[in-house]
Design a protein around this ligand. Sequence first.
Ligand code: CO
Length: 189
Amino acid sequence: MITMDNIIDDKNPMIREISKEVELPLSAEDEQLAKDMMEYLINSQDEELSKKYDLRPGVGLAAVQVGVLKRMCAIYIPYYDQDGNLKNLDQWVLVNPKIVAYTPKISYVASGEGCLSVPVDHKGYVPRHAKVVVEAYDALTKQNVKITARGFTAICIQHEMDHFDGVLYYDRFQKDDPTRPIPNAMVIQ
Ligand code: CO
């Protein structure tokens, strides 16, 4: 299983490398990687397991973060209602995802983004497309998918896809003042 020991941080130059397209159908090795990445996210969000194995909670993980330069990322985002009941679960292992459409509207997370490869949080807002349409092969359901993502999920997908190109969230901060509110943007709480 993947633990924090397997996840490279931003001091490792590999995090800046460009990941390659994944060959389809997936090899047995890539299928296993997809499973392992998803398992990490699920375990990391489990109170007991995250404590037991010292896993930093995450909602997304790109293959490069575990040292594999392939355009593959796992996403696991549960949404709860006010009573704490699971309302919706966005989960995929996206292989070779492409953004085929997006809105010009910008959104950002009010509390800033985090990254399993960035051990020290950097304060700042990251402008993202408020809505993206993504085409990919989903290794979880083993089919091609076309996803229309909004809000936090859209941000998460764009964050992971940045990893394919060696881009980290703090690279996208406004250079003059990272915590200056972004004009006309939708703020995600
Ligand atoms: Co990240």
